[in-house]
Design a protein around this ligand. Structure first.
Ligand code: ADP
Length: 167
């Protein structure tokens, strides 16, 4: 591995992207030469926003950060194949609480057996984001709560339009 130019993928459903995701992505960008935020087409969870929406919204939010080394791409199919196709050596995931651990361990061992050359690295967010999830943001928002401390205004605007259309 060329240590000078390590490329990292930060994969996820981003349904929608929250400040917790951004925290992890920024941490990765401090360490790695290039960070690719990979929006997964097929997620284990049933997503609220469709794939194109999740991708476009993530792209807009990431572009608003103005960090040249971070880009957003679509991931269709196996994550490790996507990582290899991008020349990435690292997959970055976030660990919020112990509850993330079991799922992350399962996924890490599977990805390692599929592609032993790729390392999986975990970052912990600020404590204020430790209990933040896309699911909780959607729940609070639909019930009229203020989520401005947890997601970008771009996401709030999109959710307003989306939920109006849903009603
Ligand atoms: P997935 O469906 O792949 O778990 P998510 O979009 O839910 O996708 O999460 C993507 C990654 O971001 C995961 O590693 C998850 O642990 C991490 N993550 C999500 N929310 C937070 C948060 N509040 N703080 C830190 N990491 C987070």
């Amino acid at each position: 591995m060329d240590k000078c130019c390590v490329v990292a993928i930060v994969p996820g459903s981003f349904d929608p992207i929250t400040n917790g995701h951004i925290d992890i992505i920024k941490r990765a960008s401090k360490i790695f030469h290039k960070v690719i935020v990979g929006v997964a087409k097929n997620t284990a969870k049933k997503s609220f926003f469709d794939f194109e929406e999740r991708f476009e919204l993530t792209k807009q939010v990431i572009e608003s950060l103005n960090i040249a080394s971070i880009s957003v791409e679509k991931v269709d199919g196996l994550l490790v194949n996507f990582a290899k196709s991008k020349g990435a050596q690292v997959i970055v995931r976030g660990l919020r609480a112990v509850s993330d651990f079991e799922y992350e361990m399962e996924m890490a061992f599977m990805n390692r057996s599929l592609a032993p050359e790729i390392e999986i690295i975990y970052f912990m967010p600020y404590i204020k984001y430790s209990f933040l999830s896309s699911t909780i943001v959607k729940d609070v928002f639909v019930n009229g709560g203020d989520v401005s401390a947890f997601v970008s205004t771009i996401v709030i605007e999109h959710m307003k339009k989306k939920f109006k259309g849903e009603k």
